[in-house]
Write a protein of this length. Structure first.
Lengths: 240, 156
C-alpha cells in the first residue's frame, strides 16, 4: 500500500509463470517501483477490487479487507498476454471497461511478435506492447505513463477536497508543494525526492532518445508503438 | 594471498568469456547480472534455479507427450516447447533457446523422429549449461573465500 508521502509508483504485474514473475518483479524494483505480483487475470481484478458477482468473503481472496474502489493505488498494470483462463487481452478489456480503473495504463508482454496481436492490444487501449524478455530500459520508458495517472489522481484530490489528505480513502499522495499544473511539470524532480531524484529526472529527459532505439527493437514493422507512445510523451515533456 | 586471488579472478574472467564465446550464454544473461546488486546477491542464482526446475518439468512433460503408443499430441509438445523457449530466452540460455526454435518447427511439421531427437538434445544441453554455471558459481565462491571480489566481466 502507498503510505503517506511516499512518491513511488505501484505496479501490478500479472503472469502465470513463476519464473517470469520473479524477473518482472526484480526489473520493476530496479526501476524503483513498488511491485505486487499475481498469477492470473482473476487475481489481478480481485486485487484492484473488481469482483463482479463473486463472493467477497472468499477466504482465498487476495485482499482481506472489504472491497472498496480506489483502496489500492495502482499506477500501472503490466501483464503477460498468454495466460490460461483470462488472457492479458481479456484483462486489458476488463480494466478499460471499468469506470474506476480505465485510466490505469496497461502494458502487455508477450514472447511472440504477432503484429495482429500487438495492434489488437494497442487498439483496445494498451499503452505499450513489450516483447519478452523485457529489459530495464523498457520499463524506464513507462515512467511518464505512470506519472500521468499519479498526477491525475493528485489533481482530482486537489479539485475535490483539498483537506481530504488525512482521509483513509485517499488513494493518491498529495505533496504539499504541488499547487498547480505548471508546478507539477517543473517539480517532477522534487516529487521523487525521497527516491532517486537525479535518476528519475534523467530518465524523463532521456525518454525520447531511448524510445527511438527501443522502438526499433520492440515495435512492429508498421511502427505502431512509436505512433502510440509519442503523443503521450509530449503531454508530459511540454510541461517540463 | 593476493596472487592467488588474482589468479582465480583471471580464471573466472576467462571462464565467463568462454561461455559467451561458445554460445552458451547471450546478452540477456548480462542483463540478468546487472539486475543483481548488494541488496539482492542471490538473484541470478534464484532465477537460474527456477529455470532449471522449469527444464526438468517441461522436458518431462514433452517426454510423456512423445511417449504415446498411438497418436502424439504435437500441440501439447509445442506448448511445452513454447514455454521453454520463453524461459531460456529470458535467462540468456542461448543454445537451449536455439534448440527450442528448431523444436517448434518440428512440432508444427509433426515430425515425430525429429521431435524425439530434438528433445534428447535439449535434455543434454540444459544439463550441460547447468554444470557449467555451477562451475561458475563455485569459482565465485572460491574468490570470495580467498578474500577477493568477484570481478565484473565486460563482454566486449
Amino acid at each position: 500500500m502507498v503510505m503517506a508521502a511516499e512518491p513511488q509508483f505501484h505496479v501490478l504485474a500479472v503472469d502465470d509463470s513463476l519464473f517470469d514473475r520473479k524477473l518482472i518483479e526484480r526489473l520493476l524494483q530496479k526501476a524503483s517501483c513498488q511491485v505486487t505480483t499475481v498469477d492470473s487475470g482473476y487475481k489481478a481484478l480481485e486485487f484492484l477490487g473488481l469482483r463482479e458477482g463473486v463472493e467477497i468473503n472468499d477466504p482465498d481472496a487476495v485482499s482481506t479487507s472489504p472491497v472498496i474502489h480506489q483502496e489500492v493505488e495502482v499506477n500501472l498494470i503490466i501483464t503477460d498476454y498468454c495466460m490460461p483462463g483470462m488472457t492479458g487481452y481479456d484483462l486489458l478489456k476488463k480494466v478499460k471497461e471499468s469506470s474506476a480503473f480505465k485510466n490505469i495504463p496497461v502494458v502487455i508482454m508477450s514472447s511472440e511478435n504477432v503484429p495482429a496481436r500487438i495492434s489488437r492490444c494497442l487498439e483496445e487501449g494498451a499503452e505499450e506492447f513489450f516483447l519478452k524478455p523485457v529489459r530495464l530500459a523498457d520499463l524506464n520508458r513507462l515512467k511518464p505513463h505512470m506519472m500521468k495517472t499519479k498526477l491525475k489522481n493528485q489533481m482530482l484530490e486537489e479539485i475535490e477536497k483539498p483537506s481530504k489528505v488525512e482521509s483513509g480513502t485517499a488513494a493518491a499522495v498529495v505533496e504539499p508543494e504541488v499547487k498547480d499544473l505548471t508546478e507539477i511539470g517543473i517539480k517532477i524532480v522534487p516529487l521523487q525526492s525521497e527516491v532517486e531524484p537525479k535518476q528519475v529526472h534523467l530518465q524523463v529527459v532521456q525518454q525520447e532518445d531511448q524510445t527511438m532505439s527501443n522502438n526499433k527493437r520492440k515495435s512492429v514493422e508498421e511502427g505502431l508503438s512509436t505512433d502510440r507512445s509519442r503523443p503521450r510523451f509530449e503531454g508530459i515533456t511540454t510541461a517540463v | 594471498m593476493d596472487a592467488h586471488v588474482a589468479q582465480l579472478q583471471m580464471q573466472y574472467r576467462n571462464y565467463i568469456l568462454s561461455l559467451y564465446q561458445q554460445g552458451f550464454l547471450d546478452d540477456q544473461f548480462t542483463e540478468l547480472k546487472s539486475l543483481q546488486d548488494d541488496g539482492t546477491p542471490d538473484f541470478v542464482a534464484e532465477v537460474l534455479s527456477l529455470f532449471f526446475d522449469d527444464c526438468v518439468k517441461l522436458v518431462g512433460n514433452m517426454a510423456r507427450a512423445l511417449d504415446q503408443t498411438g497418436t502424439v499430441d504435437f500441440s501439447q509438445v509445442g506448448a511445452n516447447v513454447h514455454q521453454l523457449k520463453g524461459s531460456s530466452s529470458s535467462v540468456g540460455a542461448k543454445r537451449v533457446k536455439g534448440l527450442c526454435i528448431n523444436f517448434k518447427e518440428l512440432c508444427e511439421a509433426k515430425n515425430y523422429e525429429g521431435c524425439v531427437r530434438c528433445l534428447q538434445q535439449v535434455d543434454i544441453e540444459y544439463k550441460t549449461l547447468k554444470a557449467k554455471l555451477q562451475d561458475m558459481f563455485n569459482l565465485e565462491k572460491q574468490i570470495v573465500q580467498a578474500g577477493g571480489i568477484v570481478p565484473q566481466v565486460d563482454i566486449n
